[in-house]
Design a protein around this ligand. Structure first.
Ligand SMILES: Nc1ncnc2c1ncn2[C@@H]1O[C@H](COP(=O)(O)OP(=O)(O)OP(=O)(O)O)[C@@H](O)[C@H]1O
Length: 264
């Protein structure tokens, strides 16, 4: 199996002694959309922050594309894993969108022409060319998220780890962002995102990791979200379509699939 991330016996306790992750063992596949799903406080963000070394494990091991995540490796790890923060204001600091996206390539000491090329490519992938000269602080949330993603894409990460990427977005902007992320996956990027949205995950993700109180309850293909006992343990509801089609031999994951079934 081609692995993007491999985690063995990872524990993490915050400095104030809150245990946030306990005995995490996980394998996350390459070039898939993997959701980290759990109720508030279940450890999703803490886990995502470990993927690029924003938080460093105290014991256990974490590897991304066969590189150990540790203090010595951080430069390499952050080229491999782009981390999208929940709040894009924590990611956008320049006076223009262009400046923010150019920050990473400039740090890599690329010449101006190469920087321009990376920035233009990244802006094109998320469709924000027209706001290149705007200051990030007065953009809409959807624009800020796209600008922050472009900043990550300019570094050509193989893995994109997104903390609650869809929170606060209206349905149409959320859909637009999913299309952008789908295109990135098509181009070979591995996507890992945290969420507590079971319906969105059931419809969109390939794989799911279910967290509860800092532990992994279960992981596997999204079909595990149909397991009532598991979902009850997780504190999350069954996906609406799984509930509706509980007694059917069909398992539609999207409204489109469900309506095809109903009309047939
Ligand atoms: N900086 C911190 N210092 C101390 N404890 C923290 C810190 N950040 C998170 N925690 C605690 O760690 C545990 C896991 O929190 P985490 O933010 O990872 O959960 P989450 O699943 O992402 O929650 P949410 O969905 O609400 O964002 C919680 O008990 C939380 O209170």
């Amino acid at each position: 199996m081609d692995l993007a991330v491999e985690i063995n016996d990872l524990n993490y306790i915050y400095p104030n002694k809150t245990p946030a992750l306990t005995k995490i063992n996980l394998k996350i596949k390459k070039q898939k959309k993997t959701a980290i799903l759990g109720t508030n406080g279940s450890g999703k963000t803490t886990l995502i922050y470990h993927l690029n070394g924003t938080l460093l494990n105290e014991d256990g091991t974490l590897k991304v594309l066969d590189h150990f995540v540790n203090k010595k490796n951080l430069h390499k790890i952050r080229q491999i894993v782009g981390l999208l923060f929940d709040n894009p204001d924590n990611q956008l600091f320049s006076t223009t969108v262009y400046g923010d996206i150019a920050f990473g390539p400039r740090n890599l000491k690329l010449d101006q022409q190469e920087v321009n090329k990376e920035v233009e490519m990244a802006m094109k992938k998320v469709g924000i060319e027209e706001i290149s000269n705007r200051p990030p602080y007065n953009l809409s949330l959807g624009q800020k998220k796209r600008a922050a993603i472009a900043g990550l894409l300019a570094m050509n990460p193989q893995i994109l780890a997104c903390d609650e990427p869809f929170s606060g977005l209206d349905p149409s902007i959320s859909k637009q962002l999913r299309t952008i992320l789908d295109d990135l996956k098509e181009q070979g990027t591995t996507l890992i995102y945290s969420t507590h949205d079971v319906d969105l995950t059931y419809a969109w993700a390939d794989e799911v990791i279910i967290m509860k109180e800092g532990r992994v309850l279960d992981s596997g293909p999204v079909s595990i979200l149909r397991d009532e006992e598991l979902m009850q343990k997780s504190g999350l509801p069954l996906p609406t379509l799984a509930r509706l089609f509980k007694h059917s031999k069909f398992n539609p994951r999207t409204i489109e699939e469900a309506s095809k079934f109903i009309m047939s």
